[in-house]
Design a protein around this ligand. Structure first.
Ligand code: GAF
Length: 369
């Protein structure tokens, strides 16, 4: 950093809800996230001796003299961005990075990407790097993959940085090109978010195991990624695979990519019923083919559909987290009551229901010289 730099800079970036397109990103396929209203804020202040990372929520801070990759605690998502910038040859000097995040942890809403992206924006402003949108996203993803060692795909950081208000982001995860798809709910529909109180964890091996299975399937089929298998190719491809697990994983990825594109068409036609039915089909595929759902999320989807939802599905990496439900606005209260009742009867911790719209992506908020 040079003496002409600002002394302090603030990055703000949201969590995301992936509407549809789950576990397709690392298969170079399609995803369709929206940004949440919940944001992570990271303030970068030049000075000190090393890298200090603090969390308002935890009331803790750590001082780091050296940054070496490896599985780390909460601070790694921030320190990893400093590491990724330095790896790319940017000069980032002593700095304090203070996190204040309202994105729920463990909810499948990309709390880690929100923090990484807010950090990348804050450091970009602080050091006057002038990184473009692709570089910011790549640095944020490198913190997660290269520093923390979590093998996630490209969706979450692009969603956090690139989503725009009242739009879903159609991201082609092969080319990293995008289309902003209008996503403004009519007054008589709501997008409900159910916190199922079953935290999802990406670093526990299930995610990496799914990703490895897809790579094995692509290898066996002689394609670069499962993105290259079309729905028309699917029966022949599955017959070639033989292995039952790889068959199920491949069927999910190929049909899910097709569902994303159909969902975009449905939205374009203003056909919320079609859009909703694709959400539900996506959930069934995650449950039966990809095998990443758990009883709490399956129950939330069942209750949503029984309460008149046009569609419902788990969102995010899986094994818990958040369920989204597209509901007639007038059914929200009855759905919430039915859900609490169904959870209580099964002895599950009571879920929390909120609603969301498509919010804005990340930004550098301010910079003080
Ligand atoms: C997590 C990952 F971080 C994403 O890259 C994506 O694979 C998602 O799970 C599943 O669609 O959020």
């Amino acid at each position: 950093m040079t003496s002409s730099m600002s002394e302090s800079s603030i990055g703000v970036s949201p969590g995301r809800v992936n509407l549809i397109g789950e576990h397709t990103d690392y298969n170079e396929g399609f995803v369709l996230p929206i940004a949440l209203g919940h944001v992570a804020t990271v303030t970068a202040t030049a000075g000190g001796t090393g890298v200090r990372v603090g969390s308002a929520q935890l009331g803790e801070s750590v001082d780091l003299d050296e940054l070496s990759p490896g599985p780390r605690a909460w601070w790694g998502y921030v320190a990893g961005v400093v590491w990724a910038l330095r790896e790319r040859g940017h000069s980032i000097g002593p700095v304090t990075l203070d996190i204040d995040s309202a994105v729920p942890l463990g909810g499948g809403l990309s709390s880690s990407a929100a923090i990484e992206c807010a950090t990348a924006l804050a450091l970009d402003g602080l050091a006057g790097l002038g990184l473009d949108a692709q570089e910011l996203a790549a640095v944020a993803q490198a913190a997660e993959n290269g520093f923390m060692g979590v093998p996630t795909g490209p969706m979450d950081q692009r969603a956090s940085l690139w989503c725009t208000t009242d739009h879903a982001l159609l991201l082609d995860c092969r080319t990293l090109t995008t289309e902003q798809v209008p996503f403004a709910l009519p007054d008589d529909l709501v997008l409900a978010l159910v916190d199922t109180r079953s935290p999802h964890v990406l670093a526990d091996g299930h995610y990496a195991e799914r990703r490895a299975a897809c790579a094995r399937a692509a290898d066996a089929l002689g394609v670069r990624a499962l993105r290259d298998v079309t729905e028309a190719d699917l029966p022949a491809a599955l017959a070639r695979l033989g292995d039952e697990v790889l068959v199920r994983r491949t069927r999910h990825v190929v049909t899910e990519n097709a569902r994303v594109l159909a969902a975009v068409e449905g939205l374009g036609a203003g056909d919320w019923a079609v859009f909703g039915s694709l959400l539900t089909a996506s959930h069934a595929s995650m449950r039966d083919e990809y095998e990443i759902t758990v009883p709490t999320v399956d129950l939330a989807v069942e209750v949503a559909l029984a309460s008149g939802a046009l569609g419902a599905r788990m969102t995010g990496g899986g094994f818990g987290g958040t369920v989204i439900a597209l509901l007639p606005a007038g059914r929200l209260a009855a759905f919430t009551a039915a859900l609490q009742d169904a959870y209580a009867r099964r002895g599950f911790d009571l879920p929390a229901v909120s609603t969301t719209r498509a919010g804005a992506g990340g930004m550098e908020l301010s910079s003080r010289a």
